[in-house]
Design a protein around this ligand. Structure first.
Ligand code: GLC
Length: 559
């Protein structure tokens, strides 16, 4: 690793914990902070540098905690402030840094600010903290913006007795998530003092939720939705490139907010860091968030969207690296998180029965992860991907809680499928997730063999692959931050060299094709890590040897 301790974030491996689904200490079926503390040794053994924890603040949980009713207290189902202090101390003792999740685009409608608004007269200062407008003359909403979770992006403000007023509030997400007004000074002050509150408690930084959405175009103009998103039921998902140019995403004014935040983070020693959740149309727009006086890093979803396709992966990598180099920032890479289909399932080709072939999906996912871990920059791992968990696609409707599922009448909003509680052991109810049988989402019957216990120490298991890869990544000076050099490779194969200061080069290669690939002899035959066992050493004509890499397989080779 080449990044200095002070700039640890330049090549960190960050593990995302979705706390409700990670580990349950009290048997209520919901993961919690004491559960997470009890698994810190596991995370340390896995070899991660930091954890990012999705929100655990007080919340009515209409959007899995991304609807925050108090940014400075802990949801009592998840723990207490004292638990968080223990978590920070114990993680730091193990050399693991902690990133929390801040949600500045909207609050919960149960937040004291929104409650004050409901009690105050129209036009009073309490109203200015949210985006409130009068309806149109025809009694419709102020403009045509839609919610990412389906339906209208506006709801009418009602008086205490339920009588509708002529005013509407904006919610780009659920009706219980009113968007705050970043033109208001209270909003700036409140979030800055919230950042300080947590920085002072010792956390190392924040992931910023919907970081590209805070500022809306002046005048709130109607948006010309692309055709597919224009019928009443379709969703203008923020993940969709067609809506990336909307007047509510990626507005230039948002950068001023991050300049303000960066000044705060830099007052600390060591400086605190940010990673933005930025769904933007291309690598050039993404890099703008990483200018030297803004965020340290941002999620690079463009690579996640490239899928299992050699040409698209290569283009995304090249554009990302080139644009980040211009602003002096390291790229980040991510293949799974709590909002997208787990990459084992997403990358799986359809089998002859018309369903995803999960064996091949796992093969591809392991190869993609290994290849990606060798790229310059930092990498995010989502809990359970190190076990090779697939998406749970058949959750019963009554168990689902994704607000997009509820708002779309069950036609969209499948994010619960990647949030099913983690299997820790093969015995006992809830596969060791908690002491009891309860899990807030049901676990599939066949998860026993995928548990941590089942994979621990098992040669070739996905867990052991991740462990080995993270260890080698730490040990090899050429991996992490630094330059990359593409190598000419056979059709369907991507390969690059990372040059180490000590001359110990690593070549990372992935065979995306469905047939074996013969690698050039001058790449050598010393394998540091391989994603599968389909790698063979072949004798070649001049008496030397070369590697044959199986289909859908990746390897790190000593170059
Ligand atoms: C982000 C979160 C997602 C949440 C949304 C609204 O995209 O990752 O889970 O629903 O913001 O806060």
């Amino acid at each position: 690793m080449t990044a200095t301790a002070r700039e640890w974030w330049r090549d960190a491996v960050v593990y995302q914990v979705y706390p409700r689904s990670f580990a349950d200490s009290d048997g209520d079926g919901m993961g919690d902070i004491p559960g997470l503390i009890s698994r810190l040794d596991y995370l340390s053994g896995l070899g991660v540098d930091a954890i990012w924890i999705s929100p655990f603040y007080e919340s009515p949980l209409h959007d899995g905690g991304y609807d925050v009713s108090d940014y400075r207290s802990i949801d009592s189902r998840l723990g207490t402030m004292a638990d968080v202090d223990v978590l920070i101390a114990q993680a730091h003792e193990r050399g693991i840094r902690i990133l929390m999740d801040i949600v500045p685009n909207h609050t919960s409608s149960e937040h004291r600010w929104f409650q004050e608004l409901l009690r105050a007269a129209p036009g009073s200062p309490a109203w200015d903290r949210y985006i409130v407008r009068e309806g149109k003359a025809d009694d419709g909403p102020p403009n045509n913006w839609k919610s990412v979770f389906h339906g209208r992006g506006w709801s009418r403000i009602r008086q205490g007795d339920g009588t509708p007023t002529g005013y509407w509030y904006l919610h780009l997400f659920d009706t219980t998530q009113p968007d705050v007004n970043w033109d208001n000074a209270d909003v700036h002050e409140e979030f800055v003092s919230t950042l300080r509150f947590w920085f002072d408690r010792g956390i190392d930084g924040f992931r910023i939720d919907v970081a590209h959405g805070l500022v809306k175009e002046a005048g709130l103009p109607d948006f010309a939705y692309p055709d597919a998103a224009d019928d009443a039921d379709a969703t203008p998902a923020m993940f969709d490139e067609d809506v990336a140019h909307a007047p509510f995403w990626d507005q230039d004014g948002v950068h001023e907010i991050y300049r303000e935040w960066r000044r705060v983070a830099d007052e600390y020693d060591p400086p605190r860091v940010f990673c933005g959740e930025t769904w933007v149309p291309n690598a050039e727009r993404l890099a703008r968030y990483q200018r030297p006086d803004e965020l340290h890093t941002s999620f690079n979803f463009n690579y996640l969207e490239a899928g299992w396709d050699a040409a698209a992966m290569r283009t995304s990598i090249d554009e990302t690296i080139a644009n980040h180099a211009r602003v002096g920032a390291p790229p980040t890479w991510v293949l799974s998180n709590h909002d997208v289909i787990r990459h084992r399932t997403r990358m799986a080709p359809l089998g002859s029965n018309g369903r995803p072939d999960l064996d091949r999906g796992l093969r591809r996912a392991r190869a993609a992860t290994l290849f990606t871990l060798a790229l310059p920059g930092s990498m995010y791992i989502y809990q359970g991907e190190e076990l090779g968990l697939p998406e749970v696609v058949d959750l019963p409707a009554e168990a689902r809680q994704d607000p997009a599922w509820l708002r779309s009448g069950g036609t969209d909003g499948t994010r619960d499928g990647c949030r099913v509680p983690i299997p820790w052991s093969g015995t006992g109810p809830s596969y060791g997730f908690g002491p009891g049988e309860a899990t807030w989402l049901p676990q599939p019957d066949d998860w026993r063999d995928m548990s941590v216990e089942a994979q621990q120490g098992l040669e070739g298991s996905t867990l052991e692959l991740y462990r080995l890869a993270l260890r080698v990544r730490r040990e090899e000076p050429s991996l992490g931050d630094g330059p990359l050099e593409w190598l000419d490779a056979p059709e369907g194969v991507l390969a690059f060299r990372r040059t180490g200061e000590a001359g110990a080069d690593v070549i990372a290669v992935v065979n995306v094709a469905e047939t074996p690939a013969h690698l050039p002899a001058d790449w050598g035959t010393t394998i540091l890590v391989a994603s599968g066992d389909d790698v063979a050493e072949l004798s070649i004509d001049d008496g030397g040897a070369a590697l044959a890499l199986g289909p859908e397989t990746a390897a790190w080779v000593r170059g």
